[in-house]
Design a protein around this ligand. Structure first.
Ligand SMILES: Nc1ncnc2c1ncn2[C@@H]1O[C@H](COP(=O)(O)OP(=O)(O)OP(=O)(O)O)[C@@H](O)[C@H]1O
Ligand SMILES: [Mg+2]
Length: 262
């Protein structure tokens, strides 16, 4: 049987818990062959981001061409894109390769508060990336930035999702990981809302939840699942991985990516 293949285009987290490291672990946990195109290298640990080195956009493009010209990808997850020229290069190459099944995690700031997208790159993300996405997965802060409105309740998540869909993606999944009461995510496809409810886990081990969740969705798409089924399985996975999280460093703890095995 052919092994499904997924590609992450994102930044490296030297601490191993987020970024491409989390993405590759997640793909593997779903028995999907993982490939990675690096956009940036971060010097990062569980306490914060100590440095960011953005790769030259031409070299990001070259990595995409290498991977897609040979392996191809059944799904692509987009994470940290850093700068306007990198966004332009990635959009241009994905377009040239006619890539489908694109999950866009519109990463803007790290959990530690450090910026991962240059402020002037937001407009490029909206204009060039949102229209390519099958699904975009903003958290409450990113939804607020993209929809240009405050987002702190489920009603506001729905309103923001409507506004973001108008910017071009096929689906919008607003994540409720930062809600106070629950951790309900809401999907909008332009016709109906689907809720993915989960209890909020009071845990300090949440480094890389967003990366892990969007990669799990991409893994499901790579395996041929419908978006709704992929989100349902991704949600169950991230919830279990948070519940069994642990603390390899001194700050925010990690998820247990191979939660079924160890
Ligand atoms: N404490 C929690 N308990 C249960 N589920 C959570 C918790 N925190 C996040 N989640 C879930 O994890 C997934 C990722 O959402 P979250 O809102 O944390 O993304 P994010 O803010 O982009 O993460 P990151 O800071 O890693 O980029 C969502 O399904 C969300 O509901
Ligand atoms: Mg995030």
């Amino acid at each position: 049987m052919a092994i499904p293949k997924a590609l992450t285009i994102a930044g490296s987290d030297s601490g191993g818990g987020a970024g491409i490291q989390a993405d590759l672990k997640t793909f593997s946990a779903f028995r999907v062959y993982g490939m990675s195109v690096l956009t940036a290298i971060t010097a990062q640990n569980s306490v914060g981001v100590q440095g960011v080195f953005n790769l030259p956009p031409e070299f990001v493009a070259r990595q995409i061409d290498s991977v897609l010209a040979d392996f191809g990808a059944d799904a692509v997850k987009l994470g940290m894109l850093s700068t306007t020229p990198i966004i332009q290069a990635v959009a241009e190459r994905l377009h040239a390769h006619r890539q489908r099944s694109i999950v866009l995690d519109p990463v803007m700031i790290a959990k530690s508060g450090d910026p991962l997208l240059e402020p002037d790159a937001r407009a490029a993300l909206v204009k060039q990336m949102l229209p390519l996405a099958d699904v975009v997965t903003p958290n409450l802060h990113e939804a607020a930035a993209l929809a240009d409105m405050p987002v702190s309740s489920e009603a506001e998540m729905e309103q923001a999702a409507r506004r973001i869909l108008a910017l071009g993606p096929k689906h919008v999944l607003v994540k409720g990981g930062h809600l106070k009461e629950s951790a309900t995510d809401i999907l909008w496809n332009g016709r109906e809302f689907t809720r993915f409810p989960a209890p909020r886990i009071d845990s300090p081990n949440t480094h890389g939840t967003g990366c892990t969740f969007s990669s799990a969705i991409a893994a499901g798409l790579a395996r041929g699942q419908t978006l709704e089924r992929a989100i349902r399985e991704a949600k169950a996975y991230v919830t279990a991985a948070i519940r069994e999280g642990f603390q390899p460093g001194r700050g925010v703890g990690a998820l247990r990516h191979f939660v079924e095995r160890w």
